[in-house]
Design a protein around this ligand. Sequence first.
Ligand code: HEM
Ligand code: HEM
Length: 467
Amino acid sequence: MKLSQWVHQLFGHQKRRGTATSPSNATSYYGQQISRRYCLAAVSLFTLQGIVALLGAVDLIIPDLPSPIPFEYGRAVHLGLAVLWPLIGTMGIAYYSVVQEVQSDIYSPKIARWQLWLVLFFSFSLYATLSLRIGNGREYFEGLPLIYLGISLSIALGAYNLLRTLISAKSRITPAAAITTAGICSLFLFLIPNIFTYQNPIADEAVKFWLVHLWEELAFELTTAGFISYFYVLTGIASKSEMQRWLYLEATLTVVAGFFGTAHHYYWIGFPAYWLLLGLVFSISEVIPVFLLVFLTYKGLKKHPKLNLRLKLSLWFILSSLIHNLIGASLLGLLISVPQINLYMHGTYLTSGHAHLALFGALGFLVLGGIYHVLSQGSEPTSKDYKTGVIAILLLNIGLLTMGLSLIIAGFIQAYLWRMLGMDFVDVHALIQPYLIIRALGGSLFTLGDLIFGRQVYKVWKKTTLK
Ligand code: HEM
Ligand code: HEM
């Protein structure tokens, strides 16, 4: 039996043509209606993450705080949320923008609905089992292997659905739609090896970084490039031909540099010494596409494109992402990729500073911008709603920068006193307490921004949902 027939039977797929337009939400395709559910689910998880994370940051400065979940399991839940809400949001944005790009509906709405239930079921299973202290201590993969198998299945369904959508669209395929789909397929490919565990500790570490690094710096780079291209053409920030040229270059550089750039994670895990040089060289190439995007954005904004409040709000998210991508992800990432620096900085709070500035700063902001764009279609915000949205973005930025800077300072102190001078870890930890307190304060501002944005999104959702 052919794969497509099997999928048809399993999900009872019925092809529905035409539009699902409603006066209130004005989304033209079923694929876009479904993408709204992904976006709402992602924002709900993001709101939950703000609260969980803040509790964790307080637990670090008041260790005897009575808590039903020990810090290490709380951290694992936090990491699970940090990776999964951007994934769910990305899936929604991908459905929305691919369908819009190719001007025809999604191949199977039913698969898309099943895919969402699957990813939500396995995400909540992960959080529930970790909260019950069922886990294995493998950072970023603390949950049961079955859970990652379920999440891979969900991504595989998404990749299949998008590929079939492209095949049906034939000549209407655009580079942005193809690159977004390639990004979703790579999310699946890089997760698969992590369903298994490996006896050899070097292989186990390396495979882990195929997810931590290749998801963030290759697969998500492709999906976000697809969305940025769609958004810039829509808003007139760049022309279609400019964006196509950038997309081809961006995709090539991202795939090559992102793939080999994983080498900066291989420095001290047992790989031969030449990986130190490879890691540095490819880390430098990873930064080039970001500079190109900054240049393109600067050129586009100089033309003062006329935007309504809805598009402006999404643009604020994208601009926040670009700044953090340039500074927190690329430049700070490059600094810690220098082997002589990484030797001292590896695994200190500096890594945590980079992780927050990059994972939320670069990726998270962009996903939130996309989510807002998807959910607000058909509803122009009032100027009060717009102002509230801007306040939420400001709070998220100020909170993130406060957290990032205090972690970077704490990381430098740790590297100097603990790694270089050989002071005791616990004594150094006592000395960096003030910075961890400032981080928790930054976290409070962040969580406030997070809650305000969550409330705004919920209001938009209600306004744009069919009665
Ligand atoms: C949006 C892009 C990026 C994201 C989301 C991201 C995310 C992360 C995360 C989550 C970690 C922590 C991994 C762990 O806990 O072991 C990390 C580590 C690291 N990242 Fe990035 N990163 C990005 C871009 C970059 C770039 C462009 C570079 C280099 C030019 C880079 C260099 C590094 C290095 C060297 C480490 C390891 C630090 C250590 O040894 O402790 N990152 N990154
Ligand atoms: C209220 C905001 C947040 C607070 C207070 C917070 C707090 C924490 C804490 C306490 C840890 C444990 C290790 C450490 O102390 O660094 C941690 C780790 C981490 N968090 Fe957050 N977090 C927040 C938001 C986020 C967001 C939005 C993301 C990404 C979407 C994120 C991604 C991560 C990652 C990747 C790590 C592991 C870092 C490493 O490998 O060193 N966090 N966070």
